[in-house]
Design a binder for this molecule. Structure first.
Ligand SMILES: Nc1ncnc2c1ncn2[C@@H]1O[C@H](COP(=O)(O)OP(=O)(O)OP(=O)(O)O)[C@@H](O)[C@H]1O
Ligand SMILES: [Mg+2]
Length: 325
């Protein structure tokens, strides 16, 4: 079996004052051993809620996974006990969060935060775990790791914090790393360093990565395959080379057109007009139709299915499916 993670028909709902909203609506994806799958889409399209659903980290008070399966090595995590889930989380599946300060604890030293996980999951002694924490800090390229281990999160720069997050995520040698916008908050040079680091760690440890980003430049550098999300659904899935050479969905084409392109000295940036619809107020028919430059009346009548348009290349657009685009 080569599928490490297999998500099928995942629907995640929130209870809000305005009623039940479905932020993730029937997502299916799989991550194979050793590969990097990208999840791409604009702000609010459901990327983080998808990853938090996989990790079962959403507050039960206000949200629920309404349907679907999340299989890790063939076993459905939604049918596991909380104990079993906890044993997988942080150990075999680790996550790097969008905002490092929300997951680093301000009152514990960096070294202790990394070693806690090693003590819990790897059953290391206090001393062994502390040594492992320093080793991890060194691995992620932190200078003077013994010193940094004794510091607190607020004493570090953004780039250093993100390295600490990676050290924390990698301390138990996870098989799958879920990285939610791991470099968005960082400047370009640091971003390149962190991506290099993740690639090296992946190569050396053979892990799989689920890479969440709104940056198609990051996708080109990191991913093997990619799913494009829009308004809680997948609208296109393909390998990365095909994504750039033959994007099918008008939304994907819009995202690619908004990549900065160097034309002489001028940087051109066009973005898709309008916004991702709120899940509480979805348009009828294709969810992208109100912003789509090629939509016809039929697009507004019925929600298109996600279908394989070319081998290994799926797309949720009736015009593509009919071959008229
Ligand atoms: N606590 C909540 N209560 C109600 N709705 C929520 C809640 N959290 C998220 N949502 C809804 O879920 C949708 C998807 O949110 P999500 O955080 O997954 O977006 P995202 O793709 O990660 O965006 P970003 O790129 O900004 O991180 C949002 O548009 C929002 O409507
Ligand atoms: Mg997010």
């Amino acid at each position: 079996m080569t599928e490490l993670l297999e998500v099928s028909g995942l629907c995640t709902e929130f209870q809000t004052a305005a009623g039940t909203i479905r932020a993730v609506d029937g997502i299916s994806l799989s991550v194979r051993k050793g590969e990097t799958l990208g999840i791409v889409g604009e702000s609010g399209c459901g990327k983080s809620i998808t990853s938090l659903s996989i990790m079962q980290l959403l507050p039960k008070r206000i949200s629920r996974i309404a349907s679907g399966h999340i299989r890790f090595e063939g076993k459905d995590m939604l049918e596991m006990s909380m104990n079993e889930v906890r044993n997988i989380r942080g150990n075999r599946i680790a996550m790097i969060f969008q905002e490092p300060m929300t997951s680093l604890n301000p009152v514990f030293k960096i070294g202790r935060q990394i070693s806690e996980s090693a003590r819990y999951h790897l059953k290391l002694s206090k001393k062994e775990a502390a040594e492992r924490a320093v080793e991890m800090l060194r691995k992620v390229g932190i200078p003077r790791p013994e010193k940094i281990a004794q510091q607190y999160a607020h004493q570090l720069s953004g780039g250093m914090r993100q390295r600490v997050m990676i050290a924390m995520a990698m301390v138990c040698n996870p098989q799958l790393l879920i990285a939610d916008e791991p470099t968005t908050a960082l400047d370009v040079t640091i971003q390149a360093q962190i991506l290099d680091l993740m690639r090296d760690l992946q190569k050396n440890e053979g892990m799989s990565i689920l890479m969440i980003t709104h940056d198609l430049g990051v996708v080109a550098e990191m991913c093997d395959r990619v799913v494009i999300m829009y308004a809680g659904q997948i609208v296109e899935e393909t390998d990365v080379a095909t994504l750039y050479s033959n994007p099918l969905h008008p939304y994907t084409r819009g995202l690619l057109a908004s990549l900065p392109q160097l034309a002489g000295d001028e940087e051109r940036l066009s973005s898709i007009p309008g916004q991702v619809p709120n899940p509480a107020n979805l348009p009828s028919g294709c969810r992208f139709a109100p912003r789509c430059p090629v939509a016809v009346d039929r697009c507004r009548e019925q929600l298109p299915e996600l279908l394989e348009v070319q081998p290994g290349h799926t797309c949720r657009c009736i015009l593509q499916q009919e071959g008229v685009l």
